[in-house]
Write a protein that binds this ligand. Structure first.
Ligand code: ACO
Length: 308
């Protein structure tokens, strides 16, 4: 089977940076509580920006860096649980802003914090059908709109942002995918009317259990070991979740990228935001093998192994 290659990445965050101290002015919390329990130092909250603004800016940057033109994009898949409208989709609005072709397949999908991983695999499937060479995969969220700012144990964890990737098929590169869901609305739930609710301890247990399972599955399928993998980019929910996994897997912590201190948990945007920062920072070289793992409401989980 052909693999999936990330040709280029892009990202966008809202203008308004909200430090823990700034958040403490309106929420009964403190920088000390948030940073010691989660590693988060700040997040961005949209003021006037919409989901489509973040998604389009991230996609535009990825497209510019790819060197290909908009009319070569055959599909635009946006992973989000916070679209601007029930319909039209964010993807259709990105199509309009970027001038993607009319025959491009444009749609949103919701797998919560696993969304970007699912979307990469969906794009892989679309490209495997033939007909087009490139797809745009975007994770974009305006979570600030659905937060309950009276629930201090939840609202301090999240932020807004978007990341995007131009992807194409590749002949001889490693590609593995794994995913799952277990139909639970008690641990993590966001009603359409807003008011994200979460049982933090249960989410923690779920996350530290499922991340190693995903990584081991991908390694098993590819017959590789963690030593063969250059970087792991997990969904950026909480530094303690990542440290716990590092310990459990007896892995070197440098392999596990962390940038949640700047963004908080941006759900479907967190993995493409991480990849874009890694790529822009020169960490990712051609041929490197990376694993990305998402986990979130649903409860859903998904892992992907790619070659850069
Ligand atoms: N500021 C100050 N105090 C707080 C805050 C806050 N923001 N939130 C809760 N507290 C207080 C509580 O009221 C409680 O006080 P009490 O002991 O006087 O009753 C105390 O802190 C402990 O509260 P807990 O909820 O038990 O805190 P815990 O140690 O479990 O940490 C946390 C909470 C950080 C959310 C932890 O459970 C966690 O890391 N869970 C993972 C959740 C996560 O990362 N979810 C991401 C979203 S979902 C996803 O992306 C898949």
């Amino acid at each position: 089977m052909k693999g999936l290659k990330i040709v280029s990445t892009g990202s966008c965050h809202p203008q308004n940076a909200v430090s823990n101290d700034k958040l403490s002015q309106t929420v009964d919390t403190s920088d000390e509580w948030i940073s010691t329990r989660t590693g988060i130092r700040q997040r961005y909250f949209c003021e006037s920006e919409k989901n489509v603004d973040l998604a389009s800016n991230a996609a535009k940057q990825a497209l510019e860096r790819s060197g290909i033109s908009a009319d070569e994009i055959g599909a635009c898949v946006v992973a989000t649980f916070t679209p601007d409208n029930a319909t039209p989709s964010v993807a259709c609005m990105v199509q309009k802003r970027l001038g993607l072709p009319n025959d491009a397949l444009c749609f949103d999908m919701n797998a919560a914090c696993s969304g970007f991983i699912y979307a990469l695999n969906v794009a892989h499937g679309i490209l495997m059908q033939g007909g087009s060479k490139y797809a745009l995969v975007i994770g974009s969220e305006v979570i600030s709109r659905v937060l309950d700012f009276n629930d201090r144990s939840t609202c301090v964890l999240f932020g807004d942002g978007a990341g995007a990737a131009v992807v194409t098929l590749s002949e001889n590169s490693v590609y593995e995918f794994t995913c799952g869901a277990n139909g639970d609305d008690a641990i993590l739930c966001c009603p359409t009317s807003g008011g994200l609710q979460m049982d933090g301890r249960e989410v923690f247990k779920f996350a530290v259990g499922i991340i190693p399972v995903c990584i081991d599955k991908l390694l098993d399928k590819s017959q590789l070991t963690l030593e063969d993998i250059d970087y792991v980019a997990c969904h950026q929910a909480n530094e303690r979740i990542i440290s716990h996994v590092v310990k459990k897997m007896k892995a070197p912590s440098e392999k596990f990228f962390v940038n949640l201190q700047k963004y908080g948990n941006t759900s479907a945007a967190s993995i493409p935001l991480a990849l874009d920062e890694m790529a822009s920072g020169g960490m990712l070289k051609e041929g490197m093998k990376i694993i990305c793992v998402g986990f979130g409401a649903g409860l859903t989980w998904g892992g992907i192994m790619l070659e850069w």
